[in-house]
Design a binder for this molecule. Structure first.
Ligand SMILES: [Zn+2]
Length: 339
């Protein structure tokens, strides 16, 4: 077997004719469902998708259009009153302000439901077939059971974890949240769930200012650069290796970048890429299915965010193809059969 950490330089495995591209769920509403007057850099979704489609590696990724999530899936993790009032457009001003992304468009609800649908489809895909897939949005980790917050209406990570545990027979779901902001909603919603482990590496001085308690919080001081950041990521991965997950949910926000408008860390594009490869190496080594959730990224100009998300999805696709070639995308099933 090749040295897994070198597959991104080697790449000899991605030229085969039998290669199945990594499936990424994406919809034009991810961008178009946000109002042009919103302060949120809505173009980032379409820019990342276009960047991949116009690149020499476009064959590595297959884009799939997500369906709207079913209400029963939202209710696996969310409060029925909150779900119904959002879907019916009846949240009050205070609730809308807490979510942000204003002014809401006529397609904002559909956008939200399709993002949730995309995450769940990506999760179900890897649960069935192994390997890596993802959603080119989502990772909405600030949403709680009965309220949204910080650009997050519903919490796709908590929903996916809950469905995997309660409906699909998974019992050790690890959430590794490397967004610069703490995954407070995810931590709270999965608190006490014996089938899930929440890990958050984040800047301690960033939103949310009242932190929740994850199973493992690995905070960083403002201004920290690649070295310290990657040290913390290494600690998170050691926890994951000890936990021996049967599913990994990776919140891969890139707002720890130095050029980010909201983050307070100083991670370079190279450091961010190294981070992703560290996570993907563990996923490959342990042959564990993995879902990539896009998470935050708000650089000025937005091109830095787009560059890092491009790196993330291409490196994920190369790792996914390696797992297929080495049959690592199925071995977890064998491991679990005896349990
Ligand atoms: Zn963030």
């Amino acid at each position: 077997m090749k040295d897994i950490r070198n597959i991104w330089e080697d790449r000899s495995h991605v030229g085969g004719s039998g290669l199945i591209p990594m499936k990424i769920w994406y919809h034009d509403l991810y961008t178009a469902g946000i109002h042009p007057d919103s302060r949120f850099p809505r173009g980032r979704y379409r820019l990342v998708k276009d960047r991949i489609q116009n690149s020499k590696d476009s064959n590595l990724i297959e884009f799939i259009s997500p369906e709207c999530v079913a209400e029963r899936d939202l209710l696996m993790a969310h409060d029925v009153d909150y779900v119904r009032r959002f879907v019916e457009g009846k949240l009050d001003n205070r609730e809308v302000n807490r979510i942000g992304l204003k002014p809401w468009t006529g397609t904002f609800i559909e956008r939200t439901l399709r993002i949730m649908g995309g995450s769940i489809s990506a999760m179900k895909h890897v649960c069935e077939f192994g390997g890596i897939s993802g959603n080119m949005a989502g990772g909405t980790h600030h949403s709680h059971v009965d309220f949204g917050s910080g650009y997050c209406v519903f919490n796709d990570i908590a929903i996916c974890a809950t469905i995997a545990i309660e409906s699909l027979g998974f019992s050790r779901v690890a959430i590794i949240d490397l967004d610069v902001h703490q995954g407070d909603g995810t931590a709270t919603m999965l608190n006490g769930n014996p089938g899930a482990l929440t890990i958050s590496v984040h800047c301690k001085d960033n939103f949310p200012f009242r932190k929740a308690i994850s199973d493992h919080d690995l905070p960083l001081d403002s201004g920290c650069g690649d070295l310290r950041y990657l040290e913390r990521v290494g600690e998170a991965l050691e926890i994951i290796e000890r936990y021996k997950p049967d599913l990994v949910l990776f919140q891969a926000g890139v707002d720890a970048l130095e050029k980010d408008g909201l983050g307070k860390l100083k991670v370079t594009r190279e450091g961010m890429s190294a981070r992703n490869r560290m996570v993907l190496s563990v996923v490959m080594e342990k042959a564990v299915p993995c879902v990539i959730f896009m998470g935050g990224g708000y650089s000025k100009p937005i091109s830095h965010t787009v560059d890092s998300f491009y790196d993330l999805f291409i490196d994920g696709a190369i790792a996914n193809s390696y797992m297929q070639e080495m049959d690592l995308s199925r071995s977890w099933k064998t491991d679990n059969e005896g349990i």
